[in-house]
Design a protein around this ligand. Structure first.
Ligand SMILES: NC(=O)c1ccc[n+]([C@@H]2O[C@H](COP(=O)([O-])OP(=O)(O)OC[C@H]3O[C@@H](n4cnc5c(N)ncnc54)[C@H](O)[C@@H]3O)[C@@H](O)[C@H]2O)c1
Ligand SMILES: O=C(O)C(=O)C[C@@H](O)[C@H](O)[C@H](O)COP(=O)(O)O
Length: 540
């Protein structure tokens, strides 16, 4: 892949592009380059001199060429001169750079501070004469253009260069997956340290009251959400629900409906769910049902919730008869997967999440499997206390982004699970039966891991895949610390529950199996002896 800058910084003279840009580069251990310095090297003289001798049009031409070269050959943080983004050729190059995944950052400083700094710098050809008036005039012309050509906007009013640099770093390292589709209102999944800071932006100005639904183990993260919400001017009702599957019940939902009624929640108010997949499934269900649907923002805090439960709009509760039997498809307004929340995630719950990550690799993205293989030992040793800033953080961010992309691909085309989306259910037919028979003491992702091995065995028995691929399921999942066998119930118990799976039709079981890695197929009404034999093979 050709080298390109990690970020290109634009902004007014005096905004601090060089100062803050150097800090960002240092924080990220990257080189820094300033377009003006590169131009001076290129033309062999200082810029004021070049301006005087050749005039602005000649300068802009050289500037465009130098910038085009750097956009294709420099791998660090790159700051442009204040006037560069006004040149159409540079605008085109920046557009292409953004389309290629680049980040053009508009560094927005307080105009008074920036003006003062610009004067202090001196020797700026564009500020000849009445410098204040010139700066203000340029600001009026340039601000709307900067705003338009940038895809990241960083406000640094009153901040130290280091604080501004940290903010910029968080924003440029953030990853976004855009979820769209014919039957979906578009939304973004934001993945990064500090993603939760977007809460007010995603909620918008309409809600007055926010029901902040969370469990006790994530209290410190919901406290942060509450602070952000209050700063955003919202009235917050803090609602603590029972942890894990104990929260996904009609009784819990009913308690919240009563509270929302008592507290006067209207249709323009909103729900924010913070926690693992169980809490966010329940919070989404409350949002979907209160007054037939209010705005919902999903803030997942477990790996599994970040990669899977938060995106796609499946919300719901369990019933005594089985897992997720009541619910709705209800699209969130946004998903904020804040990597900072993973610092408190216990190792076993992190590993569980890898079950859904691997599933997404099996059904769609083999690169996920390669990353899991390559980093199995580090992933297995996940420790929240040392996670942020470690080499593993980038690996995990990449896995989250890729897995969310797999999810987005399926739900965009088939929100209500009429066909394609069912592939996301790979391994789940048995998994949900295991969870139920284990009274939900088995974690969902662990059950999915066993369920994937079961689906692989079933596919192999029916001639879809060879033994090597079944073995690969066991070895990869096992290397991540996930279970690959189960011995907690009889075949008859499992079979009865598999008949209640949402993919079943009438008396017929339906499964998802692989044809090869990345190519799932539907398996309708498989022979009963294969269904049983595959079960025998996953028993320890
Ligand atoms: N809606 C969907 O599309 C979808 C997809 C996959 C799974 N799910 C559902 O998600 C649930 C599983 O999600 P899960 O694995 O997150 O389990 P979970 O919600 O039960 O969370 C596991 C535990 O980790 C705690 N926890 C979560 N984040 C934490 C953090 N940052 N720090 C400390 N503790 C933390 C939780 O409080 C809980 O005790 C299941 O109910 C499953 O059915 C839904
Ligand atoms: O989003 C989907 O569709 C999935 O099937 C994703 C699954 O990983 C997830 O566990 C989901 O909750 C299962 O839903 P269910 O419809 O089988 O209850």
């Amino acid at each position: 892949m050709p080298t390109r800058p990690v970020a290109v910084i634009i902004g007014m003279m005096g905004a601090g592009k060089t100062r803050v840009g150097k800090e960002v580069a240092q924080l990220m251990s990257l080189p820094f380059a300033d377009a003006d310095v590169e131009i001076e090297h290129e033309v062999g003289m200082r810029i004021p001199e070049y301006f005087e001798r050749h005039g602005e049009p000649a300068f802009r031409e050289v500037e465009s060429e130098v910038i085009a070269g750097m956009l294709h050959g420099f791998g660090g943080v790159f700051a442009l001169g204040g006037g560069a983004p006004m040149t159409p050729a540079v605008q085109d190059d920046l557009k292409e750079y953004i389309e290629d995944g680049g980040k053009v950052v508009y560094l927005m400083a307080d105009p008074r501070e920036a003006m003062e700094r610009a004067h202090r710098g001196g020797g700026r050809p564009m500020l000849q004469g009445d410098a204040d008036a010139r700066w203000k005039k340029l600001y009026r012309q340039r601000d709307p253009v900067y705003y338009r050509v940038a895809n990241v906007h960083v406000e640094t009013y009153g901040q130290t260069p280091l604080a501004a640099a940290r903010k910029m770093m968080d924003m440029i390292t953030e990853r976004t997956v855009h979820v769209t589709g014919a039957t979906i209102e578009d939304y973004d999944v934001s993945i990064g340290e500090g993603a939760m800071n977007h809460l007010s932006e995603v909620l918008g100005p309409k809600p007055v009251r926010i029901a902040l639904i969370h469990t006790q183990p994530v209290q410190r993260h919901s406290d942060r959400a509450r602070t952000l919400l209050r700063q955003g001017g919202y009235q917050v009702s803090d609602i603590v629900i029972p942890d894990a599957e104990a929260g996904k019940t009609i009784e819990v939902a009913n308690g919240i409906w009563q509270r929302l009624g008592d507290e006067g929640f209207t249709r323009s108010d909103a729900v924010v769910g913070v926690g693992g997949g169980a809490a966010t499934d329940l919070a989404g269900f409350v949002a979907a049902t209160w007054m037939r649907g209010v705005r919902y923002v999903n803030c997942p805090t477990s790996l599994l919730a970040m990669v899977d439960a938060s995106t796609g709009g499946k919300t719901g509760i369990n019933t005594p008869q089985g897992k997720n039997l009541v619910g709705s498809f209800y699209t969130p307004a946004g998903v904020l997967a804040d990597l900072k929340t993973l610092v408190s995630l216990p190792n076993d719950i992190f590993i569980e999440g890898l079950g859904e990550v691997a599933k997404s690799g099996f059904i769609k993205d083999p690169e996920i499997l390669h990353i899991l293989e390559e980093h199995a030992a580090e992933l297995r040793a996940f420790d929240g206390a040392t996670f942020l800033g470690s080499g593993l953080e980038n690996v995990v961010a990449e896995l989250i982004e890729r897995t969310v992309r797999v999810k987005a691909y399926h739900v965009s085309a088939d929100l209500k699970e009429a066909g394609l989306r069912e592939f996301l259910n790979y391994g789940h037919t048995l998994a949900h039966a295991i969870e139920k028979l284990e009274h939900f003491r088995w974690r969902h992702g662990n059950a999915v891991a066993v369920g994937c091995v079961y689906a692989a065995e079933l596919g192999h028995l029916l001639g879809y895949i060879d033994q090597d691929l079944v073995d690969y399921h066991r070895s990869l999942l096992g290397s991540l610390g996930l279970p690959t066998s189960w011995n907690g119930g009889t075949f008859d118990e499992v079979l009865a529950l598999m008949h209640r799976d949402k993919k079943a039709r009438g008396n017929k079981l339906r499964f998802v199996v692989l044809d090869s890695i990345g190519h799932p197929v539907h398996l309708d009404d498989p022979p009963a002896d294969a269904v049983e034999e595959a079960f025998r093979r996953i028993q320890a």
